[in-house]
Design a protein around this ligand. Sequence first.
Ligand code: NAX
Length: 327
Amino acid sequence: MKTPIRVAVTGAAGQIGYSLLFRIASGAMFGPDQPVILQLIEAPFEKALKALEGVAMELDDCAFPLLKGIVQTADPTVGFKGANWCLLVGAKPRGPGMERADLLKDNGKIFIEQGKVIDAVAAADARIAVVGNPANTNCMIAASQAKRLPPERFTAMVRLDQNRAQTQLAKKANVDLTEVKDIFIYGNHSPTMFPAYAHASIQGKLATRVITDLAWLQGPFLETVGKRGAAIIAARGASSAASAANALVDHVRSLVTPGAVHSVAVKSNGHYGFDANVWAGMPVRTTTAGSYEVITTYAMDDFAKSRLAATNKELVEERAFVADMIQ
Ligand code: NAX
């Protein structure tokens, strides 16, 4: 029997948590022979902690053979202790009339604290995946607090956007979605993100040879992927949850699967013209179960460059909003 992986999850009693935890416990994230211990962290409010109790009861009631323990806590030092993976899902939602700058600052406080605590108490091999919005900047903020854990351990999720883009291309080309490959998301997890259709392939051919309608690729395709979150809220009356949880399963699974090539928001280090200190979506190749390399070789045309510049500008602005907090 393998040693259990400790998986800390914040916002565990939220919508995404409710779709996510059962998939982790069933083996979807780390494989069918890898036991896990779930360390569930919620905000220190009675209602949230009571809801968490209910979720933990349901996890118990599933009798998952791989689930070797459940921790329930509002204390990050308990929740992140010894964690091998820290899944930062919990965040403050944007309230009515709230400015983006205020949202960034409110969440900044949460991610500063969590970054510090993770660096202090998580396992030596700890890796972090941020989902709570604004995900890229929250990830940058958490990483800024780490002295022990290197920045490449901190990733933010753009996999939902990649999955959305893959499906839209498959539908347009009328092919099975497994025949769409190499569609990667660049930049921010926001409507400015850029799904680089020119590098995608469909049935082994360049996507632009199969879908020759460039106006669709540059218009409705980008628009649909970029604003899909808002479309789901409009239809469902609540934000994407099951698909976001599924994307996080994919994000982590791909990061522990050597050879996987996928979109992740990582510290840019200046790749693709991004500011060196922002966390931007880009393609990575997983090299070992614990490491990845950024694929830096895709050439960008003028249209792509202008989109990368726009999403970079937004990331730089977000960083500027919280600059005083991360020094
Ligand atoms: P919910 O509001 O349902 O759940 C969030 C949970 O986090 C709540 O239970 C809350 O009590 C908890 N929480 C708040 N502050 C906390 C803290 N400091 N420590 C621990 N827990 C805390 O939101 P949900 O729909 O689950 O979404 C969670 C986050 O994911 C949001 O920020 C949302 O915007 C973001 N999303 C990110 C996506 C991505 O692709 N990166 C897509 C889906 C989603 O919109």
